[in-house]
Design a protein around this ligand. Structure first.
Ligand code: SAM
Length: 356
């Protein structure tokens, strides 16, 4: 192994112990986000703008995607290095045929918290099979509660009601309370923050507001479009007093709060205004098997070539531990300098490949 072992052991709070793999900043590897497709049935302007992801866009061929046995092998290697949570994402993960088979394979590894992030509209068709296969949690993206605003934001024929039906299907399938994520963009949906809270109060579902981030190079990000978490909380707090909830685990991305009247839990994910790189425990695998140790990175490392070529036992573990052990990413903390220097604009990975 090339990574420093136990560099931060003993500082507590991160669930680690002696012998744990750490990166150059002492952060353990805990979460793996696996994109299973680059296709999506939405064309959200901030993620897959239709001008660039239109009818003539060349999506990956089936054979380019990691096969389920390749994903399983990768996840098993990551689990051996400390991963405890696996998040399936996309594109839209429910567009990947046979997804419950992959879930069943990963559930069979044992001891994993297995989650999926989806836009939700296909959940009525798939939620029961995913629950039966062993999926533990579902996170659903929903940027507006108003049908017209939602249609515009997602550039899709679906209204918010189609996503709400998906959330209901998830609950009926046994997933219980789901996390509902809304990306807030100035001039697009910031007026939906309070109506979203109004809608989800009393349901048990946890609503989380995400700052618009400069992932990829196709969404025309400017910081003027970012609605800082503080502003979101001020809008909610003006209507319902809020109080902070305790941090549950090291590396938690959301600051958690609740309405003082107890009717809802709220979260804010503020990667732009309050970066949390210092406790980032996530690695990401794109649909074609490139590993990224930062959501904002360029390039990535090709694990598929290794998975498809001749190799010795331990090669995959060595690749992963080498990547993590040499990791020093902290893009969100140095965003302003990097953007000013222009260096990152080479080829940052797109959200539809890496999945958030
Ligand atoms: N299709 C699935 C979904 O809708 O959840 C999974 C993939 S999608 C890329 C994952 C999440 O990333 C969604 O909640 C989406 O809104 C969010 N997202 C995409 N681009 C983003 C950006 N530039 N900044 C913040 N969040 C973004």
């Amino acid at each position: 192994m090339t990574g420093p072992l136990g560099a931060a052991a003993g500082r507590g709070g991160d669930g680690g112990g002696p012998g744990d793999l750490r990166d150059l900043r002492g952060r353990p590897l805990r979460d793996l986000r696996v994109s299973v497709t680059d296709r999506c049935n939405f064309r959200c302007a901030y993620c897959m703008p239709r001008e660039l992801f239109g009818a003539d866009h060349a999506f990956l061929d089936r054979g380019d995607l990691l096969a389920f046995d390749e994903v399983e092998e990768l996840v098993r290697a990551a689990v051996d290095l400390g991963v405890t949570t696996v998040h399936l994402t996309g594109g839209e993960p429910l567009l990947r045929p046979g997804l419950p088979d992959l879930v069943a394979r990963l559930a069979a590894i044992g001891g994993l918290d297995l989650a999926m992030t989806t836009n939700g509209v296909l959940l009525p068709r798939h939620a029961a099979a995913l629950a039966a296969a062993g999926l533990d949690r579902v996170t659903v993206s929903l940027d507006a509660i108003d049908d017209a605003v939602f249609r515009r934001a997602s550039d899709s024929p679906y209204g918010a009601s189609a996503v709400l039906a998906g959330i209901d299907a998830a609950r009926a399938a046994g997933f219980g309370d789901v996390k509902v994520n809304a990306v807030v963009r100035r001039g697009v949906n910031e007026h939906q923050v309070v109506p979203l809270v109004e809608h989800f109060r009393g349901t048990g579902h946890v609503l989380r507001f995400i700052e618009f981030m400069d992932v990829g190079a196709t969404n025309g990000w400017t910081d003027a479009e970012v609605v800082p978490a503080a502003e979101v909380l001020a809008a909610i707090g003006a209507r319902w007093p809020l109080e902070d909830l305790p941090v549950r685990r090291y590396g938690e991305t959301a600051r958690r709060l609740r309405l003082v009247d107890g009717s809802a839990e709220i979260g804010v994910i503020s990667s732009v205004s309050t970066p949390f790189c210092g406790t980032c425990t996530r690695a990401r695998v794109t649909a074609e098997g490139r590993i990224h140790t930062c959501l904002f990175s360029t390039g990535g490392t090709d694990a598929r070539a290794l998975l498809r070529g001749p190799r010795r036992p331990g090669d995959l573990a060595e690749l992963l531990s080498g990547l993590w052990g040499n990791r020093s990413d902290r893009y969100s903390e140095i965003r302003a300098e990097v953007r000013a220097s222009g260096t990152r604009r080479a080829a940052p990975v797109e959200m539809s490949y890496i999945g958030g």
